[in-house]
Ligand binder design. Structure first.
Ligand code: SF4
Ligand code: SF4
Length: 287
């Protein structure tokens, strides 16, 4: 048997490939959402009843066109991606998914059973700050953010009301973390109820079985959708099956992190055709 020293240790890239790629895509999307309205490439300013396209001032009516186009583009992207590879939009593009995942990591760090009151308060405060920033990200598309300080502006009260209502929803989303994506998100629900099409499905390599895992279960702990990645692709269920999978690749990365340093082949992979499995594997009883 090979010892940990007798094989070449994996690089960070090998064991975090999907995490790195996914976060890079998420960050590009968030930067685009910040840069486009901030530099007035496309922006509506309801507070001053004007809009901007590529830096040129236009009427609000004209300025609506690129915003509607952007919203339509995202809607079409969701549908097309869903048709090709399931909830890949949720796992790779949705800024809400990115922030919810970030929040989930903070929750693990600050909100355990043994957390002190100070840690809990810090967690709630950080959640509130992230919620405010995330809400402002979207308000930046439709108003000059300085309106929140201009009480003489006619939209002042309406803006504050809308902002606080949106902030409440965002705070709720972040407070519950990835449970938002699992249960409440309308885009996620749409993608669950449409027939699922996963060209690439994460699952266990055909030559391995559940007993090969020992008691690791790390891929289960790290699945943002609380699935058992080894066998979920065989399950037809909104919450426990492939409909819930966001194709993030955490399970493949995690299995590599567990197995490769021990000079063992990773058990998780992507397949186009699921290898046949007996009912005991699918029910998880062989573990
Ligand atoms: S991370 Fe790999 S070894 Fe651990 S439970 Fe998952 S499939 Fe098994
Ligand atoms: S099963 Fe794997 S790919 Fe699917 S959501 Fe869980 S960790 Fe991500």
């Amino acid at each position: 048997m090979q010892s940990a020293q007798s094989c070449q240790q994996p690089s960070y890239w090998e064991t975090h490939k999907f995490t790195i790629l996914r976060n890079a895509v998420y960050i590009v999307v968030i930067l685009a959402l910040i840069i486009i309205p901030t530099f007035k490439i496309a922006k509506i300013d309801l507070a001053h009843n004007e809009a901007w396209i590529f830096g040129e001032k236009v009427s609000v009516e004209d300025g609506l066109a690129p915003v509607i186009f952007a919203a339509g583009f995202f809607a079409i992207l969701v549908i097309v991606m869903n048709l090709v590879n399931g909830r890949v939009f949720c796992g790779w593009i949705c800024p809400g998914g990115f922030v919810a995942e970030l929040q989930e990591n903070l929750r693990r760090k600050f909100l355990g059973v043994r957390s002190s009151s100070g840690q809990k308060i810090l967690y709630w405060v950080i959640t509130l700050i992230i919620s405010i920033l995330f809400t402002l990200l979207f308000f930046n598309w439709v108003t000059d953010l300085r309106v929140f300080f201009y009480y003489t502006n006619p939209t002042f009260a309406g803006m504050w009301f809308t902002f606080l209502a949106t902030l409440g929803i965002v705070y709720f989303e972040l407070f519950i973390g990835k449970r938002w994506c699992r249960t409440f998100c309308p885009t996620g629900i749409y993608q669950k109820i449409t027939p699922y099409h996963h060209k690439f499905k994460p699952t266990m390599k055909p030559q391995f079985n559940l007993k090969d895992c020992g008691h690791c279960r790390e891929c289960i702990k790290n699945c943002p959708m609380a699935l058992d990645p080894r066998r979920m692709a065989y399950i037809n269920d909104f919450y426990k099956g492939i409909q819930a999978c966001i194709v993030c690749g955490n399970c493949v990365d995690t299995c590599r992190q567990v197995r490769l340093p021990e000079c063992k082949e990773e058990l998780m992979t992507w397949v186009q055709e699921l290898p046949p499995r007996d009912p005991s594997f699918i029910s998880g009883k062989t573990h």
